[in-house]
Design a protein around this ligand. Structure first.
Ligand code: FAD
Length: 460
């Protein structure tokens, strides 16, 4: 392996090929569940270098793991522990190539961090409507490779819905570019949608064109105390009717997840909702509309109490609380995570059934549930019984996952909503997906990456 490293360094330069301690920051996943060891970390500075590095990997017979911000939660962006995989870090490909006001598009390279991209668009009066708690660290390429969701899916859709085109380096080093930013284009099969969500297994995304929106004139947020999930679903339905397209966020936090936070705008209650209205009307008009809906919610008893943010800073403070929950969970000792999606009309029954089954089978285990309720996407996490360490509880992880995912299937849901498959959910995919769907996926992988160089052992 030292000769391979020497050859890579002589071809690309020492700065572009990190090894040993220099590679360590790229080797462990965000949740620190799967520390790995890479042969080297390749850091291309141009698309041509990405192509050359893929060809070098093929020549050396090595596997390559694309990596963006390494915030993925399913162990897909880091090497295994064999010491034989290369990490391909896209972080140095971070240029904005163009923001077009007329086309309302952003063209940026894959390694650009999401938050600076949002800020650059906002400076031009445009909204990049993708938002997630990891936005300061995740990259545009990683967002597309995982088809990221986040907090604005309700109004604008997930990463796939925002993308008008990609530039991709294929497994054999070829370059496919589709960056014209067309809103209509039906020339054969949709390759763009094939690469989006493929988690680095079919090609390396090097750039993308993203559809932008006009920045809303006003953004209002309210925190609501709700007696139960059926009431929350009733509120979602009424918010849709009352606020129409303006409804841009509908997040839910169970009592256990509220209790993880240091301060709360309202006392902890069975469920708290964070509801956002983004409007192109004046602040006063939007506020009147939002207040009318809140008054209805309280009068009907769907909400027991509500706090409406008075300004943007207060709205941001409410969002900061919601986004603090993942970190607070970790500080509270961690839990076993399930990123699931359910049909909206079955979600309340699912939560009741699944919590009852957990109480019977895992005495003392504590569900800590929160998430993007408006999208039917819950982070259905389960903390160990008081006094039991996470490490001990992990021994029961296969049985707990089986219980949760069986229940999800029974209610017509998905065991993977927005975080992807990676290595973490590979077994579930193999066991639970329709065999024909799995077979079609394997055939696509075989066609695009016949030597299995790109992210082998992830997803499939
Ligand atoms: P990485 O973690 O580096 O990679 C993720 C996957 O994409 C890997 O399989 C990798 O091989 C592949 N990949 C990365 N870049 C490329 C590329 N250029 N070409 C091809 N393949 C590539 N996710 C959500 O969907 N919604 C959320 O609300 C959300 N909230 C989060 C909150 C926190 C605190 C954290 C830590 C994570 C959250 N995530 C969320 C998960 C994660 O942030 C997203 O999946 C994000 O899109 C990953 O981007 P990344 O640049 O970090 O990718």
């Amino acid at each position: 392996m030292t000769e391979v490293l020497a050859r890579l360094r002589s071809e690309f330069g020492t700065e572009q090929v990190l090894a040993g301690a220099d590679a360590a920051p790229f080797e462990c996943d965000w949740r620190r569940r799967a520390p790995g060891r890479a042969l080297a970390v390749l850091r291309p500075r141009s698309v041509a270098e990405v192509q050359a590095m893929l060809r070098a990997a093929t020549r050396e017979g090595l596997a390559l793991v694309p990596q963006g911000g390494n915030t993925g939660l399913v162990e897909g962006s880091t090497p295994d522990d064999s010491g034989r995989e290369l990490v391909l870090s896209l972080r140095r490909l971070d240029r904005i190539r163009a923001i077009s006001l007329v086309n309302a598009t952003l063209c940026a390279e894959a390694g650009a961090l999401l938050q600076p991209l949002q800020q650059a668009c906002a400076a031009q009066g445009l909204l990049l409507p993708l938002s997630l708690a990891a936005e300061g660290s995740c990259t545009l390429g990683g967002n597309l490779a995982t088809n990221a969701g986040g907090t604005q899916v309700l109004r604008w859709g997930n990463a796939r819905d925002l993308c008008l085109g990609l530039e991709v380096v294929t497994a054999d080093g070829g370059l496919w570019s589709d960056l014209d930013g067309l809103r209509k284009d039906h020339r054969g099969l949709n390759l763009r949608d094939l690469f989006i969500g493929s988690e680095g297994t079919l090609g390396v995304i090097t750039a993308a064109v993203i559809k932008l929106q006009a920045l809303p004139r006003s953004r209002l947020a309210a925190w609501l105390a709700v007696p139960d999930l059926p009431a929350a679903m009733q509120l979602l339905q009424s918010a849709r009717m009352a606020l129409g397209d303006g409804l841009s966020g509908f997040e839910a936090m169970s009592q256990a997840s509220q209790q993880l936070l240091d301060s709360l705008p309202l006392p902890a209650c069975p469920w708290a909702l964070l509801v956002e209205l983004s409007s192109h009307r004046t602040e006063a008009e939007a506020r009147a509309e939002f207040e009318a809906w809140l008054a209805l919610a309280l009068a009907e008893g769907w909400a027991q109490d509500a706090v409406l943010a008075h300004n943007e800073a207060q709205a941001q403070a409410l969002w900061a609380l919601r986004e603090a929950i993942p970190g607070a969970q970790t500080r509270a000792g961690g839990n076993l995570k399930h990123d699931i999606a359910l049909p909206l009309d079955r979600i309340a029954d699912f939560v009741a059934a699944c919590e009852a089954r957990i109480a019977r089978a895992f005495a003392g285990a504590r569900p800590v549930v929160f998430g993007h309720l408006g999208d039917g996407n819950l982070h259905f996490n389960v903390a160990p019984p008081p006094g039991q360490s996470l490490a001990d509880f992990q021994a029961q992880e296969p049985a707990l996952n089986a219980l949760v995912f069986d229940c999800v299937a029974e209610f017509g849901g998905s065991f993977s909503a927005e975080h992807g498959i990676g290595r973490l959910r590979r077994a579930e995919l193999a066991q639970r997906l329709d065999p024909l769907a799995l077979d079609l996926m394997r055939r696509i992988k075989q066609a695009l990456d016949p030597a299995n160089r790109l992210n082998p052992g992830r997803v499939l």
